[in-house]
Design a protein around this ligand. Structure first.
Ligand SMILES: CC(C)(COP(=O)(O)OP(=O)(O)OC[C@H]1O[C@@H](n2cnc3c(N)ncnc32)[C@H](O)[C@@H]1OP(=O)(O)O)[C@@H](O)C(=O)NCCC(=O)NCCS
Length: 432
């Protein structure tokens, strides 16, 4: 069921961050129109990219869609570029049992000339206050560095695996998938990825809505793309000829002409059979000795589908970070399993999500979340980051308890952990 998502562009810049940055001679603003071109140039600089051409900037400008763009200007700057950038938009997050609106944050950069003066802190705290004020119960981002965002209450809630396959050792196993694999050109590849993502993201807990330029970047049909002609695309079709899978890949030169690397840039499938067909295609490709694929689900069955699972290495790392802004709304937005009842206290240094509630599910009526009276005893205490990590069911509360992030009654912690558990490993399939 599609969810109603507020347009983030209507949300004004947070007054507290505006005031704090103004004291330092900095203007913190929501911008639009022509100013966004300089924002994009500053964002490229912040991410250590080369200076973009006007053509690249124009293409990116046209793709901003419903993004709310925040820029910070130094009144004494020589160039018109902002000294810090950041953008956000309302999207849909797949949760157990459905979808919910999420405030997505991206493009966080601070110019090297202005670093470590609290600009990022003010931008992030300002975002969270703005999102909470606009009624969003959760915010999310993907991170370049894993040590920055925990201090604002974000925590990794979905993990991904980087899969490396030694094709000669692994070898495709006895199961023969029935989907057929066909080459497509790069424009078609972008369309296939887009269509399949939108069709299947509701099945992937932790995934969010895509946008057309994300797929055009992966297919490298955007201006300024690096070595666009290296990208190849195939689709998987079922016996009725229906699109059921798509794979963007490139062949990277190896030490000799018969030892290349097959790099998966994106792999998506609507059925397990299509997924198997695309993996088999990659593993069986002639003149390839290694297949590499990042951002894969941590519970991918590939290890079971090859002859020798020792030929498949899966390296797991954090990927999707979440930050709960409204505990009762977030808990009510997802389904939980079994009957349980706990008294929960959540701490939040930013004061957005703290409080104490009874969280219970007794019959078929779903989860009930009610505030506790002041002074009432609680069973479980945890910080907002710990609850955000556990929210999608990919991180057991027991692990956070072992790390000192969750305290309280062991049986109640297990009961809530069981209730939160997801039927499949959460998987965010894109970077944003
Ligand atoms: C990361 C970046 C945005 C930080 O901006 P900044 O304005 O220097 O950050 P702040 O001064 O507000 O610092 C905020 C806090 O984060 C910490 N921090 C900042 N950058 C950090 C980094 N790279 N690694 C670890 N901690 C970092 C600071 O020590 C500070 O901690 P404290 O408030 O608890 O003392 C900036 O360095 C940057 O643009 N880097 C390149 C682009 C990038 O990596 N962006 C992040 C995309 S996910």
């Amino acid at each position: 069921m599609p969810v109603d998502i507020a347009d983030a562009r209507t949300v004004p810049a947070d007054p507290l961050s505006t005031e704090r940055l103004a004291h330092r001679g900095l203007d913190y603003r929501v911008i639009s129109g022509d100013d966004v071109a300089d924002f994009l140039r500053a964002e490229h600089r912040g991410f250590i990219d080369a200076e973009p051409t006007d053509e690249v900037v124009a293409d990116e400008l046209a793709a901003q869609g419903e993004r709310r763009i925040i820029a910070v200007y130094d009144r004494e700057a020589v160039q018109p570029l902002p000294v810090a950038t950041e953008c956000s938009w309302g999207t849909s997050l797949t949760v157990p049992g459905g979808e919910m609106p999420m405030w997505a944050i991206s493009g966080v950069t601070v110019a090297a000339t202005h670093r470590r003066r609290g600009i990022a802190r003010n931008m992030l705290e300002g975002e969270l206050r703005a999102a909470a004020g606009a009624g969003f119960a959760i915010a999310g981002l993907t991170v370049t560095e894993a040590t920055i965002y925990g201090r604002y209450g974000f925590a990794p809630a979905t993990a991904v695996a980087r899969v490396t396959i030694d094709t000669a050792r692994a070898g495709w196993g006895p199961h023969e998938p029935s989907a057929r694999v066909l080459f497509v050109d790069r424009d078609q590849l972008a369309d296939d990825l887009d269509a399949l993502h939108e069709r299947t993201r509701g099945d992937r807990i932790g995934d969010i809505a895509g946008w057309p330029r994300r797929w055009r970047e992966i297919a490298r049909v955007v201006p300024g793309a690096t070595e666009p002609r290296r990208i190849r695309g195939v689709r998987a079709v079922d016996s009725a000829g229906e699109l059921v899978g798509s794979l963007a890949f490139e062949i990277v030169d190896g030490p000799s002409r018969d030892r290349h690397t097959f790099r998966v840039n994106h792999l998506i499938a609507a059925t397990p059979d299509a997924r198997a067909a695309l993996w088999r295609f990659a593993i069986s490709y002639d003149l390839i000795d290694t297949v590499e694929a990042s951002l894969q689900p941590v519970d991918d069955p590939i290890g079971w589908q090859v002859h020798d699972r020792r030929g498949v290495e899966q390296r797991v790392r954090d990927h999707g970070w979440l930050r709960i802004l409204d505990v009762p709304a977030a808990l009510a937005a997802r389904s939980m399993s079994g009957a349980f009842g706990v008294r929960l206290a959540v701490t939040d240094p930013l004061g957005l999500a703290d409080g104490a509630w009874t969280v219970a599910q007794l019959g078929a009526d779903g989860v009930r979340v009610e505030p506790l009276d002041e002074g009432e005893r609680t069973d479980i205490t945890l910080d907002v980051g710990a609850l955000s990590a556990a929210y999608l069911g990919g991180v057991p509360l027991e692990a956070l308890q072992a790390a000192g992030r969750v305290t309280g009654d062991g049986a109640k912690i297990r009961a809530l952990s069981d209730a939160l558990r997801a039927p499949t490993a959460p998987h965010l399939s894109i970077v944003y």
